[in-house]
Design a protein around this ligand. Sequence first.
Ligand code: B12
Ligand code: SF4
Length: 510
Amino acid sequence: MKIMLISPYLDITSLSTRLLSSYLKAGGHSVVQIFLPDLESMMENGIDFVNNYPDEVIEQVAALADGFHLLGMSLMTNYFIKMTHLTRGIRKIIDLPVVWGGIHPTVAPEECMDIADYVCVGEGEDALLELVNTLQKGVRPSHVRNIWFRDEQGEHRNPVREPISDLDEIPFPDYDIEDQYILVGRKVLPLSEDILKEMVRGRVHFNEPHHLIYETMWTRGCPHHCAYCINNHYRILYSGFKTVRRRSVDNLIEEIRSIRTRFPWFNRINFMDDDFASASNEQLSHFREEYKKEINCTFFSLLSVLSSGEEKLSILFDAGLRRTEIGIQSLSLSTNRIYGREYFSREKLLELAWTVKRIGPSELCPTYDIILENPWESLDDILITLRGVLELPRPFVLQLFSLTFFPGIALFQKALEDGIISGTEASHLKEDHDRGFSYLNLLFLFVNKRVPNCVIRFLSWKPFAAVMESVPIKWFLSLFSPMYRVLKKRGVCRSQRKRFGGFISEHSGK
Ligand code: B12
Ligand code: SF4
């Protein structure tokens, strides 16, 4: 069968479609991937999922998809509206079955069945291959586990299959660029090495423009299940199955080695595992040995306070770890109870942060994630986090998020029950760019702006902060939110234009 896979993400690493493509190819099918990063929307809104794709883009995708037997699309929740519009637009022009998969179809399959013919819940490799083989035989996929669909005979909600236990069985992500297309501006172009190179160039603060990044994952799953995270949903979806799985070191190293043989300019590896240091000391030592011998370039990984003791950190630094992101989210015990992160504490965080400072390379600047705008938090909760952050050794960068209620996670249900969101509200369309203007948010921004700690401590003196957070002042400050957002958006758009403007005109002639 001929299958086309579409990824809307700005990051064209898109491990999901690349792995699915390799898996289908190994199963004897022919696959074309189209990457649709909406750089124009990015330059206009600072976010890529706000605008729908213009008609001329939909027409080009439909023209490419003509003659294929199945169209597969991957989507996170934020892309639901955009991908609905794209799916309907393509189907107005050509008639072919569409299967949706990814995070949103996994957490909200009912909603997705209204749009796509088939919906893949959870891991997709075996499910998609079996779906394709079944459709090829002209049989209804009523027995294909993970696949949901509706037809004239009713609705089928097949149970999930056990997640793949041996990840080494999955072929490496598909980087056959001759089978791939990409949206640049408003043109869908064959993916060339030059374009790939530009798209993987470092953008956010933990990467720099000279970094040409190859992103991959060693593990699937996370040992924790924080109430705002997809792993919380996976625990229920896959109850009774093992969800945390790790590839062999040899398999991981061979993937990176082979991609660097093909594209030797990849000079930075980002490991996107939920918690890279959850591996044992032995596994990490083996990784270090092979990585230094075969790859030997700097890398980024996410770490968690639970798994990152001094021994593991020293192995990772020696292997080449030069950037890391660590989730704090909150330092308040009551908030961490809501998040299901009771294990997290200020003491553990400080121990990790100071160990990183002491044994890490001098240029290392960790990124710490904080969740703001949690409607259940009191002033005390927020001040505890702020003051805890001030104790961290510099340099560091705070990545400030606004709590978002994605469907399928425990906090979504709690927010519904507490009347914070209504079932119809698309609360998940808000994301960190939407953070409002408030006194406390400003104090967190001051931390990043390197305002001296003593000034922030003074400004966070509780009686004063309480006045600034009182209803009339909060209301007054909220009047500045629209202006704040406009200014912030302008800044993001300006940097996106600087980043992509020339690239778009060079490649699409616009
Ligand atoms: C790596 C990562 C990123 C990377 C790159 C993502 C990319 N485009 O390549 C970066 C850092 C850029 C990123 C950014 C964001 N991310 Co992110 N990210 C992840 C992470 C850690 C891993 C995703 C991954 O590659 N997994 C590996 C692949 C193989 O698994 P998979 O995607 O689930 O795919 C499998 C199945 O879902 C299925 N499948 C997937 N697609 C399809 C398609 C078809 C047709 C079929 C049949 C099956 C199928 O089969 C696949 C193979 O088994 C996840 C957390 C997690 N553990 O999943 C969060 C996660 C996906 N991110 C999330 C979010 C919210 C974001 C942001 C919106 C954050 C923000 N506020 O800015 C941005 C948006 C990015 C953008 N505009 O493009 C959320 C999504 C929640 C939701 N309900 O949508 C997650 C789940 C984290 C969380 N909070 O729980 N992210
Ligand atoms: S530690 Fe991170 S990846 Fe793991 S469940 Fe919590 S938020 Fe999700």
